[in-house]
Design a protein around this ligand. Structure first.
Ligand SMILES: [Zn+2]
Length: 90
């Protein structure tokens, strides 16, 4: 699988680190232990198009939001996220 880094161009998967599901958000700090346990230990396993965070850890080190089909590994979009992001494509 190749991920199209907006800064470096298409690069091999081995240059990237999977960060996590881009659709999840942490519960409120005052949430109960069961809510936090579910957040930390429970993962979805979606089939089809999905938004994920990746880091180009062996390249420009940018964090990316990638829209990827988890069944076919086709990447539909990738965009930088964070304070240096210039556009929002994914
Ligand atoms: Zn890069």
């Amino acid at each position: 699988m190749r991920i199209p880094c907006p800064t470096c161009g298409p690069r091999d998967l081995r240059e990237f680190t999977y960060i996590g599901d881009a659709l999840r958000s942490a519960p409120a700090l005052e949430a109960d232990a069961d809510t936090w346990a579910a957040y930390v230990y429970t993962r979805r396993n979606p089939r089809g198009e999905h938004l994920e965070y990746w880091q180009h850890s062996h390249g420009c080190r940018q964090f990316l939001r990638v829209r990827r089909d988890t069944a076919t590994h086709v990447i539909h979009a990738a965009a930088c996220v964070g304070p240096h992001a210039t556009e929002d494509e994914a």
